[in-house]
Design a protein around this ligand. Structure first.
Ligand code: CMX
Length: 439
């Protein structure tokens, strides 16, 4: 398999670099930690290592050094399509190089071989109560697949540390192949009562297959959107909740099924993945209140009402970014190129004009600009995916790509178990008192 070969070829050099850092330069200071950071969610402390992606606060995400516009331009695309193959993105995340069409297709072919879901998974999902959140269904399906983990089996049998990454990659390919099939089943079963297995077609790519399995009528547009959505949501360096929880759990040598399940649980939180459904709900509330797209002034007042009622404006602000999220920009461009007259798109565009001003006037948010969630629900809504609580599942499908690439490399580079140190409140107060003493 091409990913094995490509990663194996790079490993000796990478291992040498990590070894040299750990052995010869371990004492070099990279960052300092302040009291504010300790009581403030460890914001900005440079303490995680990844080469898969990097978020520059003034520029946004780069996947293996490539910006979003570069990724969308340079990765191979299916014939006649505008958005690249997800297989090519996975190759880029795993290998760190832009794939040829053949290399991207090799990943897609690998997914085709692994997309079959065992019957018991479907059966188990069908036993769940109707009101179970789709993220719970996704998480249960992932956990139920854990019994097939090659990593767990090989670990039990006894495997050398140098070999950990191989079954980790095997599991990651299995998991990423199966996730969209499970997600599509959950969608059709939960909201339409369909009990049949999704109709996976090996002739279609990852995104087109997803569009087919979801049974979206405008499959062509939705295939493009699916590819775009999964690519944009794949990775956002290592500190966000889903990536970090996956990494943390994986560091104990839990296999990727356990680790990704932890990531999904984090993604289900309203300040993380759930924000996209909240954002769309907010936009629809505006439309309902004003019986259509409001005037700029009405929107300005509505945004202030939201803040004054103690709520956040979903889709705006970011822990790291200080500019509009390029993932927002890419999706807005997609919408404007295809359905610029859609009410929600027009509204989302007006919100982009008004809300940053409101947040600046309020003066609390460090970044008044839109994040990825300010538009992603709007696009799904346009294509008829209007079940809001499903949106986080879509995020989860995309996020699987990034967290598995990180998991494989963490095992390949022998990353140790994570174990940061705690302090008590008293210790912090003592540190503060000491710093206030005259010299
Ligand atoms: N609306 C209102 N207030 C906001 C705000 C927003 N969109 N964004 C930040 N603020 C407030 C914070 O609540 C915080 O207030 P307090 O001091 O009263 O607690 C203050 O501004 C400072 O926050 P910050 O340092 O700018 O932002 P954080 O790093 O603490 O939080 C985030 C980042 C995304 C959770 C926050 O901006 C937010 O809640 N946004 C709305 C929800 C959202 O869109 N989440 C999606 C995140 C995208 C992702 O998961 O990738």
């Amino acid at each position: 398999m091409i990913l094995y070969e490509k990663i194996a070829a790079q490993l000796p050099a990478w291992r040498e670099r990590i070894k040299s850092l750990a052995k010869d330069h371990a004492e070099v200071v990279v960052d300092k930690v302040t009291v504010g950071q300790i009581v403030g969610g460890m914001r900005d402390i440079k303490s995680l290592l990844t080469d898969v992606s990097y978020v520059d606060s003034n520029e946004g995400i780069r996947f293996r050094g490539l910006s979003i516009p570069e990724v969308l331009k340079k990765l191979p695309k299916p014939r006649g399509a505008k958005i690249p193959l997800v297989g090519g993105l996975y190759y880029l995340l795993m290998v760190g190089e832009i794939p040829t069409m053949e290399e991207a297709m090799a990943v897609e072919d690998e997914w085709d071989k692994r997309a079959e879901i065992p019957d018991y998974v479907y059966k188990m999902l069908k036993t769940m109560p109707k009101d179970a959140h789709p993220m719970i269904l996704l998480n249960l399906a992932v956990m139920s697949l854990e019994r097939n983990s090659a990593f767990a089996r090989k670990y039990r049998e006894g495997m050398k540390k140098d070999e950990y990454w191989e079954p980790a990659l095997e599991d990651s390919l299995d998991l990423t192949a199966k996730i969209p099939v499970i997600a599509a089943f959950i969608y059709r079963y939960k909201y339409f009562g369909e009990k049949k297995k999704p109709g996976y077609n090996v002739k279609l790519d990852y995104g087109a297959n997803f569009a087919r399995m979801m049974k979206i009528s405008d499959k062509k547009g939705y295939a493009d959107l699916s590819r775009l959505y999964f690519i944009l949501h794949s990775d956002h360096e290592s500190g966000n909740v889903s990536a970090h929880s996956t990494h943390l759990v994986g560091s104990s040598l839990s296999d990727i099924y356990f680790a990704y399940s932890a990531g999904l649980s984090g993604l289900a939180g309203p300040l993380h993945g759930l924000a996209n459904q909240e954002c769309l709900a907010w936009l629809l509330e505006v439309i309902k209140r004003f019986d259509g797209v409001p005037s700029r002034d009405d929107l300005y007042k509505f945004a202030w009402d939201t803040l004054n009622s103690g709520k956040v404006i979903p889709g705006y602000g970011h822990a790291v970014l200080r500019v509009p999220d390029p993932r927002f920009t890419a999706q807005m461009e997609f919408a404007k190129a295809r359905f610029p007259h859609d009410d929600l798109v027009r509204l989302a565009d007006m919100v982009f004009d008004v809300v940053p001003t409101v947040l600046k006037e309020q003066g609390k948010a460090k970044n008044p600009a839109p994040n990825v969630d300010a538009i992603s629900g709007t696009l799904q809504y346009y294509y008829g995916v209007r079940e809001f609580d499903f949106y986080t599942v879509l995020f989860g499908v995309g996020r699987a790509l990034g967290v598995t690439a990180n998991y494989v490399w963490s095992r390949a580079l022998g990353m140790p178990i994570e174990r940061p140190k705690s302090v008590t409140t008293k210790m912090l107060e003592e540190a503060v008192a000491k710093s206030l003493q005259p010299l």
